[in-house]
Design a protein around this ligand. Structure first.
Ligand code: UDX
Length: 443
């Protein structure tokens, strides 16, 4: 058991805090926002993540986790301090490190002798060096301060975050000091050996021990590759649309090659979320700052925006001028099982539709409005959204849309266009229901 402090209880911080408690560590979560703090103390997670509230309540009841807004008190006496503060995209594409720098300075002044500062936030490559300088600058022992600096990036997906944390493919620990890496690796032993209650002994997560800069680069390289893979299949889907080919069969066949594999080859309305767009922008700005040409990485985000707008192009092709046309949007969150709207394709699609003069009615199982388009109507279910609509667009593949009754949709709609923005539905079933099916690169 190790005493751990987790600074910042956003997505990554809350999941990490709860998961570290679940594998037996004593965790103090540090949160400055009073509303979030009181929610967490009473066992309520301030965002939607399936199963996390229950796990949090369990760990609170076991006494393995507590929350405070007093960073100095929370950090003093802990061996390992995880920095999980948000690094949102700044106006120029570079991550905004102001909150992280402020937290690091406070950590420095409270860090116990020999303790380790671990960065979990996604940070520009090279941050580890800056973290060392910031801590040394505020540590009471000044230049004589003894502390470790480690990078331990996180690869969790929203909607399955706790599972991803507890059952990872790999754990990456980068440090400039072997002892610090050893200590963080020991903390992860219950996960690496799957010995925590509920662990899966047949799983053997890899441990990647490396230096700080390599660990920081691994995070960007993984997200950059996944985003590129999605943008790539979406470009193939555009070719399929033009050629009358079927991207689903293309992806299946291509994915059977073990060197490529089928995962993350799902064509759709493009990727969203807080990571992919931001991390690619950070890679591009790294190239700019260091004079490195990165034409592939530079092209991925622009390609993704083009993909989001394919839906509007398809609506124009089917309906002509969109002025006054009514379009129902099914799904607003950037992916199912989350209420997160950051970089959601729905935002771009709705904005383009409104700019084209269309009227938009949306329905999402959890999200009840688009802050960027407060004027759009929000329906209580898919059928209410579709009532009187010329077209329905499935933007986010929530599982409840798998059971749509297409006859009923067709009965309440004014038109018959159905765009399956995620290639999720059976085209034959949609057509049999009396609707005109259009997928993304799908026949
Ligand atoms: C991602 C990474 O998967 C995770 O490892 C990282 O740490 C954070 O970013 P997340 O954003 O939660 O996680 O979701 P993910 O499931 O990866 O999906 C991201 C976006 O890509 C979603 O909008 C999703 O709809 C889209 N996507 C995913 C596709 O369009 N096609 C695919 O084949 C896969």
């Amino acid at each position: 058991m190790v005493n751990i402090a987790v600074i910042g209880t956003g997505y990554v911080g809350t999941v990490a805090a709860v998961a570290f408690a679940a594998i037996g560590h004593q965790v103090t979560g540090i949160e400055v926002d009073p509303v979030k703090l009181s929610a967490l103390r009473t066992g309520t997670v301030p965002f939607h993540e399936p199963g996390l509230d229950e796990r949090l309540r369990h760990e609170l009841a076991q006494g393995r986790i507590s929350f405070t807004d007093d960073l100095a008190a929370g950090v003093a006496g802990t061996r390992v301090v995880f920095l999980c503060v948000g690094t949102p995209p700044g106006p120029d594409g570079r991550p905004d490190l102001s909150m992280l720098r402020a937290a690091a300075a406070q950590v420095g002044s409270a860090l116990a002798d020999g303790a380790i500062a671990v960065t979990k936030s996604t940070v520009p490559i090279g941050w580890g060096g800056e973290l060392r300088t910031i801590i040394a600058g505020t540590h009471p022992a000044g230049a004589d301060a003894r502390f470790g600096v480690v990078s331990n990036p996180e690869f969790l997906r929203e909607g399955s975050a706790t599972h991803d944390f507890l059952y990872p493919d790999r754990v990456v620990i980068g440090g400039d000091d072997e002892d610090a890496v050893d200590e963080v690796a020991r903390m992860y032993r219950p996960i690496l050996e799957q010995t925590f209650p509920g662990g899966n002994r047949s799983l053997q997560p890899a441990l990647i021990r490396t230096d700080v800069a390599t660990a920081e680069t691994i995070k960007y390289a993984a997200n950059g590759f996944l985003a590129t893979k999605i943008a790539y299949i979406n470009e193939i889907a555009r070719i399929c649309d033009s050629a009358g080919a079927d991207v689903e069969i293309v992806a299946e066949a291509v994915g059977l090659d073990h060197r490529i594999e089928r995962k993350f080859l799902n064509a759709g309305t493009g990727y969203g979320g807080s990571c992919f767009g931001k991390d690619l922008a950070a890679l591009s700005t790294y190239g700019e700052d260091h004079g490195i040409e990165l034409p592939i990485l530079d092209a991925v985000n622009p390609s993704n925006i083009i993909q989001r707008n394919q839906v509007v192009g398809k609506l124009r092709a089917a309906l002509g001028d969109l002025t006054g046309r009514r379009v129902a949007i099914l799904g607003l969150s950037y992916k199912p099982n989350t209420d997160d709207l950051r970089e959601a394709p729905s935002i771009t699609i709705v904005e383009s539709l409104l700019a084209a003069g269309a009227r938009v009615v949306a329905y999402d199982p959890i999200v009840k409005g688009l802050p960027t388009a407060p004027g759009i109507a929000i329906a209580r279910d898919a059928y209410e959204a579709a009532t009187g609509a010329d077209a329905v667009v499935l933007v986010t593949e929530w599982s409840e849309f798998d059971d749509l009754n297409f006859r009923e949709l067709s009965r309440v709609m004014a038109g018959d266009v159905f765009i399956d923005g995620r290639n999720r539905l059976d085209p034959a079933a949609v057509t049999e229901g009396g609707l005109r099916y259009m997928g993304m690169g799908r026949r």
